[in-house]
Design a binder for this molecule. Structure first.
Ligand code: GLU
Length: 279
């Protein structure tokens, strides 16, 4: 089972077209199935109108996927159950720090994670039970973080994943989850997160092959930790090249990358899109 999993917080661009078409092509080659999943856990940014445009663009590209389409926002109860289980095992802790407080607590020259963000300095990891209770009584908002060292100690062995290269050859990659520190598993506004939702939904939908952009390569280390803790199946992964803009930067919705809709309205056909992305 292959999947394309867009977030409905903007319009699709050429990078998404590459991901979606590659998934469908590889599914066909493998005599496999293909589905689309809507990753709409961010209530502030997800819009039904973007979802409708995304599905319309994918159909225009010539894609066909299994129905019904799963929306992550409709499965928050499942995510929460997993969260409760991790919490019961003492692997999570509430973190009351605002972004500003995290920044202020960072030591000079703090290490950064693979996305370039400073690693959380652990401020709330060792809060006393009394301090935690006081924050909660005050109604202070909090995220839930994974205590990464504790999680890795519980797992007790190095983790790997299978990466399929552009040549189709499989390689075992050693995961490096400590590079991420205590990742957030439940946001303030919604009791799930990208990392938690993606591993649960891939398993729930029997996804065997995750084909996605190289920008998510390192996140796979976190996904392997969560799959192991929650006893979920590990798909094989294929992280494909990114489509870059003229300045050599990865296309991004927030930076106004030209959308498939704009290309469509300028008269481009699906075959032109394939040429533009080189597949
Ligand atoms: N929803 C993610 C995105 O749009 C993709 C997640 C994934 O493929 O694992 O970037």
């Amino acid at each position: 089972m292959f999947r394309f999993a867009p977030s409905p917080n903007g319009q699709l661009h050429l990078g998404h077209a590459l991901s979606a078409l590659l998934n469908r092509d590889l599914a066909r080659e493998a005599d496999g199935r293909f589905l689309v999943r809507i990753e709409d856990i961010d209530p502030g940014r997800s819009l039904p109108s973007f979802e409708a445009q995304i599905l319309d663009d994918l159909a225009w590209l010539g894609l066909d996927w299994e129905k019904p389409v799963r929306r992550q926002s409709e499965h928050l109860g499942t995510h929460e159950k997993a969260l409760d289980e991790l919490n019961r095992r003492g692997l999570l802790f509430p973190c009351f720090c605002s972004r500003g407080a995290v920044k202020a607590a960072l030591p000079k020259g703090a290490a950064v994670d693979p996305d370039g963000a400073p690693i959380y300095p652990g401020t709330c990891r060792e809060l006393s039970a009394g301090d935690r209770a006081r924050h909660i009584r005050n109604g202070d908002p909090y995220v839930l973080r994974l205590n990464m060292q504790k999680a890795l100690a519980e797992i007790g062995r190095p983790l790997t994943w299978t990466e399929i290269g552009p040549d189709g050859k499989a390689k075992e990659i050693e995961a490096d989850p400590t590079a991420w520190g205590d990742v957030v598993l439940a946001r303030r506004d919604v009791r799930t997160s990208y990392h938690l939702a993606v591993v649960i939904d891939d398993d729930a939908q029997n996804v065997s092959h995750v084909v996605r952009g190289k920008d998510l390569y390192h996140a796979t280390s976190v996904h392997r930790v969560l799959q192991t803790l929650l006893d979920l199946r590990a798909p094989v992964y294929r992280h494909h090249r990114l489509i870059l803009d003229k300045a050599g930067k990865k296309l991004s919705k927030s930076e106004g990358a030209e959308s498939l809709r704009t290309l469509r309205s300028n008269g481009k056909a699906p075959a032109d899109i394939r040429k533009l992305i080189g597949i």
